[in-house]
Ligand binder design. Sequence first.
Ligand SMILES: [Zn+2]
Length: 270
Amino acid sequence: MNYIDPHIHMVSRITDDYERLARSGCEAISEPAFWAGFDRGSAEAFRDYFKQLTEFERNRAAQFGIQHFCWLCINAKEAENVSLSREVIALIPEFLDTPGVLGIGEIGLNKNTPNEATIFTEQVDFAASHEELILIHTPHLEDKYMGTRMILDVLASDSRVTPGRVLIDHVEEHTVKLALDGGYWCGMTLYPLTKCTPARAVDIIERVGVERIMVNSAGDWGVSDPTAVPKFVVEMRSRGHAESTIRKIVYDNPLSFFSQSKRFDFTPRD
Ligand SMILES: [Zn+2]
């Protein structure tokens, strides 16, 4: 089954992974801006990173017939540095006419600190004032529930934010309903061992349904599996779910959400 991975960090991946994605039916990917494995020392480093996302990775993906899209922002981890964050936000407009840039993300919280919350609020304001889609990182483990509540409060307090134009990522059993009930889109991040496995994701789908929900592989610096989405497809099939139901989660839903961006220049394969 052809699919779209809506959240994968290919800058942390080798070219062979693109080949694996292509062989497993990946038609398009979206790559949020995130941590580079180290804290960057200047806004210039982010400008270079945004060029890497919008030029190099897009071309590297195209060599394997995969369409590459991306999101720009300062991530929650580096948002602890407020002055650097503001410099980075100020250079984002340079890239807002670039094909394939879907919006602002992944913004959010990491350790739920006051500095992170300040920059998250400012990036929501930036996205709202530029009418951009938003992709949100929710914290991991013990910080997730509280962080998700804080994020939803910030979003709800800005009347310009339309929930249907926001994707809240890394949802799990205890946060998925909070996001869905607010009218937001949700992403479940599949990891081989920790966090949400494909089997747990299917359990969640069976409880909350298939509206406004998608799955992704993260494909980041940690132990992660860039082909986790096809494994989710196999798990869904093994439990007897219809092909149309599976396709909605791994293809139709990301397509519907991304299509709200005027720079989503996607061409379906068939
Ligand atoms: Zn991420």
